[in-house]
Write a protein that binds this ligand. Structure first.
Ligand code: DGL
Length: 274
């Protein structure tokens, strides 16, 4: 029997755009019954090339908005914003923050060829978190890093397959394949939406790692700890429980959210003016 006395959490999730929906989809798979608030900061997308101070400013504005909506915890569903801003957010606000971890560890540990690829934004690849993770887990492994310039824009435009997407992906992925990479880490939350296109290039022999399920599991563990007992929720209809906000184009957000979960009503989508 489901536990009727569980507290329902209000969970904030944000990204520079629709990419964080790849994390949201994993979270609602394992915790369908909380209240979710998703912010897409599309007016400022992409974050990748922006200076750190600007990303911190955006993360702060979004966090204040989410806290104003009563969230108990925030998932920074963006590798770039995690790299740039999570430390500042934790210093300034008292609620917990969960960030994205580049999944270098499972890739390096499981690689048979000793070569792995990492596809991420410039901000993530130059960030401290990523470089520390490399030092800790990728010793003795050759890591081919590629900045996925232009990929975020393609995902925002909904161009998840097609010639343009394929050509750009080949530019980044072919050099990884040529060096013998057997794992490719997706270090940007937009990229899991390109999985089909990526697999057409790599075939099945290369393992593509999306860190989102691990982040969702981490959130689950943190909430279980906050709850003080296991999260045995009665599943609700997830279409009803997420409110979406965007600083940019509302149709873009609707389109991608409904690809994941058809049937979310128009009233769940809101324009944000911060
Ligand atoms: N989804 C963001 C990330 O995970 C996209 C980066 C960007 O906006 O450049 O890094």
């Amino acid at each position: 029997m489901y536990d009727q006395n569980l507290k329902k959490f209000n969970i904030g999730i944000f990204d520079s755009g629709v990419g964080g929906l790849s994390v949201w989809r994993e979270i609602i798979k394992i915790m369908p019954s909380n209240n979710y608030f998703y912010v897409s900061d599309s007016a400022y997308c992409p974050y990748g090339p922006r200076p750190q101070s600007e990303i911190i400013d955006r993360a702060r504005v979004i966090t204040k908005f989410l806290i104003g909506n009563g969230v108990d915890i925030i998932v920074v569903a963006c590798n770039t914003a995690t790299a740039a801003a999570i430390k500042a957010l934790r210093e300034e606000f008292s609620i917990p923050f969960i960030g994205m971890e580049p999944a270098v560890k499972p890739a390096a540990l499981n690689s048979k060829t000793g070569v792995i690829g990492v596809l991420a934004t410039k901000g993530t690849l130059s960030g401290r978190l990523y470089n520390q993770t490399l030092k800790t887990y990728a010793n003795g492994v050759e890591v081919i890093e590629k900045e996925g310039k232009g990929l975020v824009a393609l995902v925002e435009e909904g161009k998840l397959t097609g010639v343009e997407t394929d050509n750009l992906l080949r530019k980044y992925i072919n050099p990884m394949m040529e060096k013998g990479a057997d794992h490719i880490v997706l270090g940007c939350t937009h990229y899991p939406f390109l999985l089909e296109a990526i697999k057409q290039i790599t075939g099945e022999s290369v393992k593509i790692i999306d860190p989102a399920p691990a982040v969702a599991k981490h959130l689950y563990d943190v909430l279980e700890h906050m709850q003080g007992k296991s999260l045995d929720y009665e599943p609700l209809k997830p279409t009803e429980i997420t409110m979406f906000y965007t600083t940019g184009n509302i149709e873009t957000l609707m389109g991608m959210a409904r690809r994941i979960m058809p049937g979310i009503e128009d009233k769940n989508f809101n324009a944000a003016d911060f």
